[in-house]
Write a protein that binds this ligand. Structure first.
Ligand code: AMP
Ligand code: MN
Ligand code: MN
Length: 313
């Protein structure tokens, strides 16, 4: 059921204990939204746990409270609400099976399946963290440095440091206000963007696989299972190719298991959320993804035919 921001705030206010979670393969917005909301709710005396069914990427180590995030190792969980952030029910792993509390879903993906008991969806927000910022206003809670850092990281990472088309005056105003707590954008971006030397070597290997399609309108990097296994991180690879002159759709395909491939897409014109949704995933017009359960070569063929079919001229 779709609910308003006011009703979302009222439901959170009425709850005593909450479990917050976000999508697997968590990014800065998923984790920033969880921890930002956790800090804010704790100032209201709520009992809050953040549980995510995946590993936490090292590049987010600067996030305050990141060490408190747990995996869903218990048999079952009790809470007044299971709050799902930055995703819908089908992308958060086992937690919805282990926690039977009503699901309160807060998301900014237009492809949300709307199956949650209560859903606040705003596809105009650059990040779920931007909704968390507005929730703090609705709840009348002030940001401190920790909550501001978490929410700022969500805003910054999902908007490409305020340069993607999802950036609005609201995003900028939220970031400006969060900065008033004393957080430093350059320290945050430096910490997030610093990479091990081995990652740069991995990027060099990955870039050797780059191919252009459709007269240069599509660029792809294709990481088979052997190459993927030799890389500990592929964060940012897609940004290396989406800047190629003339490219509309860019894509990174990586075989995370011999028969499971993960896809990331970015675009300038074509709506890649539709392409991703057609393959069982989702996302936004300009940034979307999916998982294809096929061996690498087969997945590549399927993916490229779906992209070429969808190209907008
Ligand atoms: P990524 O390429 O992983 O940065 O993802 C780009 C956007 O697509 C993000 O908003 C993701 O949340 C979304 N996305 C990625 N993979 C999926 C998926 N399997 N299902 C739904 N949305 C996805
Ligand atoms: Mn996300
Ligand atoms: Mn997001």
């Amino acid at each position: 059921m779709l609910i308003t921001l006011r009703e979302t705030a009222d439901r959170l206010m009425a709850a005593n204990s909450l479990i917050l979670t976000a999508h697997v393969n968590p990014d800065g917005d998923a984790i920033g939204s969880c921890l930002g909301l956790k800090f804010l709710l704790e100032t209201m005396g709520k009992r809050v746990q953040v549980i995510i069914d995946d590993d936490i990427p090292k590049f987010l180590n600067i996030m305050p409270g990141i060490e408190e995030i747990k995996k869903p190792v218990e048999e079952s969980y009790e809470a007044d609400y299971l709050v799902i952030l930055d995703a819908c029910l089908d992308r958060v792993g086992v937690l919805p099976e282990k926690c039977k509390a009503p699901v309160l879903n807060i998301d900014h993906h237009g492809t949300n399946d709307e199956l949650a008991d209560y859903l606040y969806l705003d596809a105009e927000s650059a990040a779920t963290a931007e909704i968390i910022y507005r929730l703090a206003k609705a709840l009348g809670i002030r940001f401190d440095k920790d909550s501001a850092t978490a929410v700022y990281i969500g805003l910054a990472t999902d908007s490409g440091y305020f340069k993607y088309s999802n950036t609005t005056p609201h995003t900028m105003r939220a970031a400006a206000e969060l900065m008033e707590t004393g957080i430093r954008p350059e320290k945050i971006s430096e910490a997030i963007e610093t990479k091990d030397f081995s990652v740069i070597q991995g990027m060099a290997k990955a870039l050797q696989t780059v191919e252009l399609f459709a007269d240069g309108k599509v660029a792809g990097v294709f990481l088979d299972h052997e190459l993927t296994s030799s890389l500990d991180n592929t964060e940012g690879f897609i940004d290396l190719i989406r800047v190629i002159d003339g490219v509309d759709v860019s894509v990174v395909l990586k075989a995370v298991e011999p028969e499971v491939c993960r896809v990331s897409m970015r675009s300038k014109v074509t709506d890649v959320s539709l392409i991703a949704a057609g393959m069982g995933g989702g996302g936004h017009k300009r940034a979307a993804g999916c998982t294809i359960k096929m061996p690498f070569a087969e997945a590549k063929k399927y993916l490229m035919s779906e992209i070429l079919k969808a190209l907008e001229v």
